[in-house]
Design a protein around this ligand. Structure first.
Ligand code: FES
Length: 111
């Protein structure tokens, strides 16, 4: 079972999730990491769920087109859209207090 650490607002929240878990889906049903993970659309559009991956990035799949569009250069800084990830390995995440500035406004993405 993947162990997840989420750093947010100076606190570290720890949890264990089933393999192949999406943390935004879990938060949506009020399970860990609820209420600590900020998210919005759950569809890779708003960017609110973006977190920097501190550990475990090498185990994650390549960013999909939504992450590439939304995060742009943020990908090189280690950001990922958590709503687009299904976790199978331990991961340590940091979510900034202020959401990352989206690289492309939602209006330009046909949403
Ligand atoms: S929740 Fe909107 S992009 Fe992830």
């Amino acid at each position: 079972m993947p162990k997840v650490t989420l750093h947010r607002d100076g606190h570290a929240y720890h949890g264990e999730v089933a393999a192949n878990t999406n943390l935004v889906v879990k938060a949506g049903i009020r399970q860990f990491p609820y209420p600590h993970l900020r998210y919005g659309c759950g569809m890779g559009k708003c960017g609110k769920c973006a977190c920097r991956v501190l550990k475990g990035a090498e185990q994650l799949p390549e960013p999909n087109w939504k992450e590439k569009r939304r995060l742009g250069p943020g990908l090189d800084e280690g950001y990922r859209l958590i709503c687009q990830l299904w976790l199978s390995h331990d991961v340590e995440l940091l979510q900034d207090e202020i959401p990352i500035e989206p690289s492309a406004p939602a209006a330009l993405q046909g949403s």
